[in-house]
Write a protein that binds this ligand. Sequence first.
Ligand SMILES: NC(=O)c1ccc[n+]([C@@H]2O[C@H](COP(=O)([O-])OP(=O)(O)OC[C@H]3O[C@@H](n4cnc5c(N)ncnc54)[C@H](OP(=O)(O)O)[C@@H]3O)[C@@H](O)[C@H]2O)c1
Length: 183
Amino acid sequence: MQIEAYAVVGDDDRIANAAGEMPEALKNDAEWAFFQAGLDAAQVTVLGRASQEATPNHRRRRRLVMTRSVRDLRSEGDTVFWNPENIDLSVALRVFQVDIDRVAVAGGRDVFDHFLSGPDRYTHFHLSRVAGVALPGGRGVFRGVDEEGLSAADILRRAGYVPASPRRLDDGVEVVTWRPQPS
Ligand SMILES: NC(=O)c1ccc[n+]([C@@H]2O[C@H](COP(=O)([O-])OP(=O)(O)OC[C@H]3O[C@@H](n4cnc5c(N)ncnc54)[C@H](OP(=O)(O)O)[C@@H]3O)[C@@H](O)[C@H]2O)c1
């Protein structure tokens, strides 16, 4: 199964500003189209509870929402609330009752950290960057950005991923896809 993450950051590897919100400066039409195409290609989107609340599900996509507020799983229509501490991803996905060959991981920070290693690690991590944007005091794409002062690239490399060449999405906007180092 493909597990593909989509994150957009500024120059300082942050996904949200100091208020915990995704600022307008990070929003770009071409990057949004790239992200939406990724979600469309997946049968399920995985996201954190805060992101779920911040983004209404207009497209009625199947969402697997990570939260510690449930013991294991709870279904609400197209949305399944999931506590990964107590249930494996493969078991959680069965609740949707569809064949799944791709999931998209949409963040935020601790959700991006969750799939960096272990049996359900990323097959692809698409890291988009909008040049010229800084979000001081904001939320890093990974915990290590905030707590260890590392770059996203350092963290991905440390976790065993290697980057492809950057692809231009728009003026000043590019995406680098990271994949596990071939063994
Ligand atoms: N630029 C980007 O690419 C991007 C991507 C995503 C989000 N964002 C923005 O970032 C902001 C929110 O991101 P965020 O990092 O603060 O929050 P988030 O990841 O969307 O949600 C955090 C919540 O997810 C749950 N969670 C996270 N890891 C978990 C784990 N291992 N096990 C169980 N539950 C877990 C917890 O929910 P409970 O508290 O319910 O237990 C936690 O409080 C929003 O403004 C959003 O728009 C930006």
